[in-house]
Design a protein around this ligand. Structure first.
Ligand SMILES: Cc1cc2nc3c(=O)[nH]c(=O)nc-3n(C[C@H](O)[C@H](O)[C@H](O)COP(=O)(O)OP(=O)(O)OC[C@H]3O[C@@H](n4cnc5c(N)ncnc54)[C@H](O)[C@@H]3O)c2cc1C
Length: 359
């Protein structure tokens, strides 16, 4: 039996044996971190800074292809007014600042991988599995907010055939859409912002929305209507997609008041119709839960020694639950410093002042 197999078959915390055995085939990353943070929302990002400040080898993992949690997914274009030090800041800009701050000590940021299993190894370390790999760590901090987000999907003819090959839910690189006929579906900030952001790259953009009222920022909607490169069709829904082995070719759209159908040429479709959050496998990791949150004590410790939680996902005993960025930051600082002492019992709990550390 290989080293990797030994590790995977150690003490099980999270899943029935049958499921764990299915993980044996997954490769285990050879680096052992001191702290693995699950969730790169504001709380996890700040925790990653603190973990580096405490000289811990840090991994920060998120299911989404971008960092920022709820700020990036649900309200990137909204101003936030209650983050200390910023009288007002766009959610998107706060994420950029947090990523820059988190990056100071070079944590390993793994995006697009969802933590599915937590395994306690015989030597006291943990292995966190994603769908792709196992990552071994001395301590775990769960900052998974309201859970992992998955994009809402439509239920249309041929959808599955073209997902990832013509139908997309995220934009990873604008250049990918260069000279493409793009259809965007949605009426919120994401749909409208991507129409504006991609209009100078694509060959054509059609933006369809099933109502005539957009949920997006008013000014952005006006810009879309004013842009000659964007054709907006309201009361319109996507019904089917067609293509061949070379990719997508056409989309069938209908006007939902008249049922009038139209087939338009498309190379790509971007579906931006929101996300749903799901705590998913974390709820089965043997953690004590309370109202969909993980119970923690005043030190942000869960019932599993070495596993901590902070932010929206944490419910602290003898405290009120305020799901705010500011409270998440404070909890992240507490959790990381307690985790430091767990990983290295000789370390001080108090981190010292960052202002006294050379830049
Ligand atoms: C519309 C709206 C407006 C808001 N405005 C404000 C405001 O003005 N001020 C304020 O203080 N707060 C505001 N909030 C609340 C604030 O956004 C949250 O309190 C904050 O985002 C919580 O941060 P977090 O890091 O704990 O979790 P989240 O931001 O939820 O981030 C959690 C991350 O964990 C990831 N994740 C979850 N499960 C897994 C898994 N199994 N594997 C890998 N990754 C996983 C998710 O993908 C996500 O990126 C607002 C919330 C909303 C919805």
């Amino acid at each position: 039996m290989s080293q990797q197999e030994t590790e995977t078959r150690s003490v099980l915390i999270s899943q029935p044996q049958t499921q764990i055995q299915s993980r044996v085939a997954l490769p285990i990353d050879q680096q052992v971190s001191d702290l693995l943070i699950i969730g790169a929302g504001p709380c996890g990002l700040f925790a990653a800074y603190y973990s580096g400040f405490r000289e811990m080898r840090t991994i920060i993992l998120d299911a989404l292809p971008e960092a920022g949690g709820q700020l990036a997914v649900l309200y990137p274009e909204k101003y936030i007014f209650d983050v200390p030090g910023y009288p007002e800041i766009l959610a998107r800009d706060l994420v950029a600042q947090l990523v820059a701050q988190a990056s100071r000590y070079g944590p390993r940021m793994i995006l697009g991988e969802r933590a599915t299993d937590l395994v306690k190894n015989a030597d006291g370390t943990f292995t966190i599995f994603t769908e792709k790999k196992g990552y071994t760590t001395k301590a775990v901090l769960i900052t998974a907010g309201v859970g992992s987000f998955s994009p809402n999907r439509l239920n249309i003819e041929n959808q599955e055939k073209f997902e990832g090959n013509g139908i997309y839910y995220f934009v990873k690189q604008k250049s990918f859409f260069k000279d493409k006929n793009l259809l965007i579906v949605g009426g919120g900030d994401s749909a409208v912002d991507w129409a504006l952001n991609l209009k100078d790259v694509t060959k054509s953009i059609v933006l369809i929305h099933r109502r005539d009222q957009f949920r997006a920022h008013e000014q952005s909607v006006k810009e879309c209507y004013a842009s000659p490169q964007i054709r907006i069709k309201t009361f319109t829904e996507l019904k089917a997609v067609y293509g061949d082995e070379n990719g997508l070719k056409q989309a069938l759209i209908t006007e939902n008041r008249t049922n009038k159908e139209e087939t338009i040429p498309v190379d790509c479709i971007l579906i931006n119709i929101g996300f749903k959050a799901n705590l998913g496998p974390i709820a089965n990791w043997g953690l004590q839960m309370e109202n969909r949150a993980i119970k923690v004590n005043g030190k942000m410790e869960t019932n599993l020694p070495g596993v901590f939680a902070a932010g929206d996902i944490a419910s602290q005993s003898d405290s009120v639950k305020l799901n705010l960025i500011a409270t998440g930051f404070a909890q992240a600082a507490l959790a990381v410093n307690v985790a430091k002492k767990y990983v290295d019992p000789k370390a001080q709990l108090f981190p010292g002042h960052s202002s006294e550390k050379s830049a």
